[in-house]
Write a protein that binds this ligand. Structure first.
Ligand SMILES: Nc1ncnc2c1ncn2[C@@H]1O[C@H](COP(=O)(O)OP(=O)(O)OP(=O)(O)O)[C@@H](O)[C@H]1O
Length: 252
């Protein structure tokens, strides 16, 4: 840590891993997301919060290529990917989970992960990679079990395993924790922390306030499509506009 940064290290830390610049999304006359910007560096977790209908999912979709912004830019390692579809972004190292996990129910846990692992590797290497990912998420002992037999907590971890098998640099997590019981929440929180510590950049949408505040390095709060407040969790949690926006909302 004490050695001076080389020029290339300095350059790479100057360019965020992922960046959104003034992203706006309109549906007909409705502006669902207005002029939102964010940066994510390797190992950093950015949390998106906001009351229902604030535009979080729409922003998330715009960041991951499922919706095209009406204006603004999305960059991965400095490269403009605004117009790239999700599959092309996946090849460049971006992966997302979905709010409702959709495994291939009839396939085993391992086979589900293999489907993704084969997009990166072939033959034995893909199998080794899939096993390694199952170890990482704590599902190795369930490898042979049909996905349909997993409980919700394990289905969430399988969803995560499938995206990790794509070997992303940037991970987008859409409510991976909501709906889980407290022990399963704690497990998922630990897992997400480990993923960030291993150098992944993470953007997460989550309704459970104490979870997102505990995990995020930087929090962005939206309301009516616009930025309401951003900063470290403490600052955002105490921001009067954020408190006002959440009055009457039962977040957890
Ligand atoms: N495909 C679409 N067509 C038209 N309007 C849409 C579309 N998707 C979202 N909207 C509208 O955009 C606004 C933002 O919705 P969005 O789902 O992004 O909010 P959210 O913060 O994710 O809400 P929640 O927390 O309830 O999931 C809402 O008014 C919604 O009705």
């Amino acid at each position: 840590m004490s050695a001076p940064a080389t020029q290339s290290q300095a350059a790479s830390s100057a360019t965020p891993l992922f960046e959104a610049q003034g992203v706006t999304v309109t549906f007909g006359g409705l502006t669902a997301v207005k002029d939102i910007s964010l940066k994510v560096r390797p190992g950093e977790i950015v949390g998106l919060i906001g009351p229902n209908g604030a535009g979080k999912t729409t922003l998330f979709n715009a960041l991951t290529g499922f919706v095209t912004p009406s204006s603004g830019r999305v960059l991965l390692s400095g490269r403009d990917i605004t117009k790239l579809p999700p599959q092309a972004r996946a090849r460049l190292g971006m992966a997302r989970t979905f709010q409702v996990e959709r495994p291939f129910e009839d396939l085993s846990v391992l086979e589900n992960v293999l489907v993704a692992a084969f997009l990166r590797h072939s033959g034995r290497k893909a199998e080794d990679s899939a096993y390694a990912v199952l170890e990482r998420v704590g599902l190795a002992d369930r490898a042979a079990q049909p996905a349909s037999e997993l409980n919700l907590a394990r289905r969430r971890r399988l969803e995560l395993a499938k995206v990790l098998a794509l070997e992303p640099k940037m991970l987008f997590l859409d409510e991976s924790i909501a709906g889980l019981n407290p022990p399963a929440q704690a497990e998922m929180v630990g897992l997400i922390r480990e993923l960030a510590a291993s150098g992944l950049g993470i953007v997460m949408v989550e309704h459970i306030m104490h979870v997102i505040m505990g995990l995020s390095n930087h929090v962005i709060c939206m309301a009516f499509g616009e930025l309401l407040a951003e900063g470290d969790p403490e600052t955002v949690a105490h921001h009067p506009d954020v408190i006002r926006a959440y009055l009457g909302e039962d977040d957890d």
